[in-house]
Write a protein of this length. Structure first.
Ligand code: NAD
Length: 324
């Protein structure tokens, strides 16, 4: 007999902090780099109903002993129902026996692990003296991104641009809460002023061009997670030293897909961020280097934070447990 723990959205939000997510994501990137954690092939299908995209991301982390699958996708009509469009849930299994050990709500965890991923890239790649954070994107993920980013450097100001400017007040409000200056700017000015830029949109065309970026900038490109999506000019990516969570995803569904297709870079020019975390790669090599993190979002990140949620829930007295 084994115990199955069930963790809902509210519990995940109460239990898993940004610091927990940062450590879980950093650790699993390192395990991936050591060859001790693997993502299995991703399934993503249009289900022919409700315009929904549905799929599975799964993997196994031998170091953390985390085996599982995140199931979910995108339901564009959800906003009208008062729900977020992205919906997901994680199932974890005992890697020694295959028994189901946890069912964990995945919506908050997806946002917090995605923000942790760009934060890990800022921690390891951005210049230490970065003062201005540039935000391209103002949707659901954007506030999670800002909260995680400001914990990595002493940002004094946020400059932001979004294809839909009416969404920017949510970032202005957050900046007020965080006591950081805020200014809505055009894309060129954002490129001129920002030391670190996060892109987190659903764009299919470049929003930032090569020559708008100043030397020494670090970019975390987080929105491109599907074939055809694109947030920055392929020439900009080719100008940068490129890091990623996983090379296979980076060249197929990530921001690097376009520069690869155009022959501007080759796969061997992209470095897994885990190599930097474990000390095999220097990361940034000069103050003028442009670094770019292609954060495609891997299943192992979801499993890592879900396993933290399940562990903390089991320690809490109000955990919902079922004996199988
Ligand atoms: P959202 O729907 O809340 O916000 C969408 C954002 O994209 C807004 O800034 C909006 O102005 C912009 N946008 C919408 N349509 C656009 C278009 N045609 N061209 C340019 N910009 C457009 O979405 P969200 O939850 O904030 O997610 C943003 C993006 O991040 C999505 O593309 C999502 O798939 C991606 N995402 C990536 C990861 C990862 O791990 N890399 C994780 C979660 C979400």
């Amino acid at each position: 007999m084994s115990d199955l723990v069930i963790v809902n959205e509210a519990q995940c939000q109460n239990l898993v902090t940004r610091a927990d997510a940062f450590k879980a994501v950093e650790d699993v990137f390192c395990a991936m780099s050591k060859g001790e954690a693997y993502n299995f092939p991703v399934v993503r299908e249009a289900i022919g109903y409700a315009d929904a995209l549905y799929g599975f991301k799964s993997g196994f982390d031998k170091t953390g002993k985390v085996l599982g699958v995140k199931a979910g996708g995108y339901w564009p009509g959800n906003v009208e129902k008062g729900l977020t469009n992205h919906q997901s849930s994680v199932c974890l299994f005992d890697p020694d026996t295959g028994e189901l050990s946890a069912i964990v709500a995945g919506n908050y965890l997806t946002a917090v692990r995605t923000a942790a991923s760009s934060a890990v890239s800022i921690a390891h790649l951005a210049r230490k003296d970065s003062k201005v954070l540039g935000m391209v994107g103002a949707g659901h993920q954007s506030t999670f991104q800002v909260r995680a980013a400001v914990e990595q450097r002493d940002f004094e100001k946020i400059v932001a641009w979004n294809p839909h400017p009416e969404m920017l007040p949510r970032l202005a409000e957050l900046a007020r809460e965080l006591k950081v200056d805020f200014e809505a700017v055009d894309q060129q000015r954002l490129g001129r002023e920002a030391d670190v830029i996060i892109t987190i949109t659903s764009a299919f065309e470049p929003l930032l061009m090569r020559d708008w970026i100043k030397p020494g900038t670090h970019l975390a490109c987080m929105g491109t997670d599907t074939k055809g999506k694109m947030e920055v000019d392929a020439e900009l990516l080719a100008r940068a030293t490129v890091f990623t969570d996983e090379i296979a995803q980076s060249i197929s569904i990530g921001e690097s897909q376009h520069a690869i297709q155009k022959g501007l870079i080759t796969e061997d020019q992209i470095t897994p961020i885990g190599d930097v975390i474990k000390g095999d790669h220097l990361g940034r090599s000069s103050e003028d280097e442009v670094t770019l993190f292609d954060g495609t979002g891997v299943g192992l990140q979801d499993l890592a934070v879900a396993s933290v949620a399940a562990r903390l829930a089991l320690q809490a007295e109000d955990a919902l447990k079922i004996t199988l």
